[in-house]
Ligand binder design. Structure first.
Ligand code: SF4
Length: 141
């Protein structure tokens, strides 16, 4: 039967979906005035399956990457090469860097989105958006 300090579970909960800690505590046995949390094996297996993060997707193939890049360059050119304001670029970057599809080791440490293959240059282009809808185009484009 797995057992953890409550403080450890609170730390883990920060990177889990909402409701994780509440779900876990609802099935747990608490000891030491609530500071030690124990789960039976069945509850542990159920919660592990429910909250296991999805495996990150694989990066696009080279032909798909080339086609995606060509379309992005076309949109950027059609927008008159409008750049996103710096605060928007930084907000987009913050979303990417906490996204499970961001591969910080990609392109020899430059970083890469596993969905579109971008290393981050599109963050500066007003005409671009996240392929998962996590950030959008700049409205004035
Ligand atoms: S562009 Fe979207 S999918 Fe790709 S890393 Fe950024 S937030 Fe994630």
């Amino acid at each position: 039967m797995p057992s953890w300090p409550l403080t450890t579970l609170r730390e883990w909960a920060k990177s889990r979906p909402p409701g994780y800690l509440e779900d876990l505590l609802a099935r747990a046995h608490l000891a030491d005035e609530g500071e030690t949390v124990t789960l039976n094996d069945a509850a542990y297996a159920e919660l592990s399956a429910r909250y296991r993060p999805a495996p990150p997707s694989r990066p696009p193939s080279l032909p798909r990457l080339a086609a995606t890049a060509a379309r992005a360059i076309g949109r950027f050119a059609a927008s008159g090469f409008q750049k996103a304001p710096e605060e928007i670029r930084l907000a987009r970057q913050a979303l990417c860097h906490t996204c499970p599809d961001w591969d910080a080791e990609g392109y020899a440490g430059l970083g890469r989105c596993r969905k579109c293959g971008c290393s981050g240059i599109k963050l500066s282009w007003a005409s671009e958006q996240c392929p998962l809808g996590k950030w959008g185009r700049v409205d004035s484009v």
